[in-house]
Design a binder for this molecule. Structure first.
Ligand code: F0G
Length: 443
């Protein structure tokens, strides 16, 4: 199978530079750049069977759910590849959530089942490998936590040094602890995520440090593979609808790009719709589409307990807008209580996810109410992070401590039946049996 030629192109002015600038912005107009593959074509049946055959291979490259699909990615030579066998994430049928939303064919593609427990690993294996290929010693990112955990891990695996910029006090302990354990130089800046991005963008143009945020087009290419793998899991029969959380908007852009490319290459016969959900307190893209018809994005000061998507000025909004329009999707925003309830519902299905991922189910409920999603349709929620990423949120939810604001209390009533408070008992058999009997009578 021939690897196609990959070129860079500016998404706004169409300039096709030979190489990327330090901040991955177009040197002519300042917009984002992306990969494209001029004139590529494949025998789609042969490609599908090649990918499938790699599942029995013992080669590290084939065991990765990213590199297994390398024909649709820019070339990187094998000796530079850094892989933790990322991808290969499960697709779960969400039975309870399906009944509750009356979408019986509801599935979750759990990207939190990646090596560092978030979807970031699929993009990071690819972009970190490109850093190594280009001879960088240092890589860096600004992060709400998951990117930094992932980058730190891949950097260490590839003997690179990692610089992490995170907003002080605004990322979960789980994610911070990962960055520390993987050995990153971790700077907690007294600002928010958007402030960290501003500083990093200047730094990478002054120092020989490789930027690993999702403006890096290699990240987007790696993240495409989640959609390819998803379609393979569906036997190449596309679902009707895919729902993605929106923060910095790299992931929705990547999944949309993959679907459009697979359609162009005739790997799939039709396109699913792709919808993007944001938290109400961090909703600049929702406003961009709903209030400004996609003509501009006004940054907001972001505030949400789903800290992964606490982002006010998303870098990839134009890329996300393009896929939203090409795939006939919708945008929605969901409240803090809706997020917490949806997270507990995904948990009650035995799957679980971090708060930012749960916006997908909360958004689906809204799209169902509006009639945008119909009961007979097949819907996939992209769960982006593992349930253990933010245990503080989960414990506070179950203890009833999450919603302190007066306006939230009435809404929080919806959550009561999902709350499971731990019971402190004496070490006494009778006490445990009494608790069991009491639980049985409540059922
Ligand atoms: N879900 C989780 C768990 C995330 O960590 C993120 C982003 C998103 C959704 C949103 O994805 O930014 O591609 O639209 N986290 C980044 C980080 C920003 O630094 O870890 P997006």
């Amino acid at each position: 199978m021939i690897t196609p030629i990959a070129r860079l192109r500016c998404i706004a002015c169409g300039d096709t530079p030979e190489s990327a600038s330090c901040n991955f912005r177009c040197t002519r107009c300042g917009d984002l750049i992306e990969f494209f593959f001029p004139g590529w074509s494949f025998d789609s049946a042969a490609l599908k069977s090649l990918w499938l055959s790699r599942k029995t291979s013992l080669k590290a490259l084939d065991q990765s759910g990213v590199w297994r699909f390398r024909e649709l990615l820019p070339p990187i030579s094998e000796e530079h590849v850094i892989t933790l066998r990322e991808g290969n994430t499960p697709l779960f049928h969400l039975q309870r959530c399906g009944r509750a939303t009356r979408v019986e064919n509801l599935h979750a593609k759990h990207q939190g089942m990646n090596p560092t427990a978030s979807f970031k690993d699929t993009g990071m294996t690819f972009a970190a490998s490109s850093a190594r290929q280009q001879g960088f010693r240092w890589v860096a990112c600004a992060s709400t936590g998951n990117t930094s955990a992932s980058m730190a891990a891949y950097a260490s695996r590839g003997s690179l040094h990692a610089l992490v910029l995170i907003p002080e006090g605004k990322i979960s302990w789980g994610k911070l602890s990962q960055a520390l354990d993987y050995g990153a130089l971790t700077c907690q800046l007294r600002t928010d995520f958007d402030g960290c991005v501003r500083i990093l963008n200047e730094l990478v143009c002054q120092k020989p440090v490789y930027l690993l945020n999702s403006v890096n087009p290699y990240r987007i290419e790696g993240q495409k593979t989640a959609a390819i793998e998803l379609l393979e899991q569906f036997g190449w029969e596309p679902p009707d609808h895919i729902i993605v959380p929106g923060g910095n908007l790299g992931n929705s852009s990547a999944i949309g790009k993959a679907l459009l490319e697979m359609h162009e290459l005739k790997l799939i016969s039709r396109l699913p719709r792709l919808s993007i959900i944001q938290a109400e307190g961090a909703n600049p893209f929702y406003r961009c589409v709903r209030e400004f018809g996609g003509t501009k994005l006004e940054p907001v000061i972001a505030e949400t307990q789903a800290t992964a998507i606490r982002i006010g000025n998303p870098a990839s909004w134009k890329k996300a807008l393009r896929v939203l329009q090409a795939m006939g999707g919708e945008v929605e925003q969901v409240t803090e209580v809706e997020i917490a309830v949806a997270k507990a519902e995904i948990g009650a299905d035995g799957v679980g996810c971090e708060p930012a991922s749960a916006v997908t189910l909360a958004g689906l409920k809204k799209l169902r109410r509006r009639g945008f999603v119909k009961p007979g349709e097949t819907v996939v929620l992209i769960l982006t992070g593992h349930v253990l990423k933010d245990p503080d949120f989960t414990i506070r939810f179950h203890r009833g401590e999450l919603f302190a604001e007066p306006g939230q209390e009435a809404q929080a009533k919806d959550a009561r039946h999902l709350q499971h408070v731990p019971i402190a008992l004496d070490a006494d058999l009778g006490a445990v049996i009494a608790a069991l009997d009491a639980a049985e009578t409540r059922m």
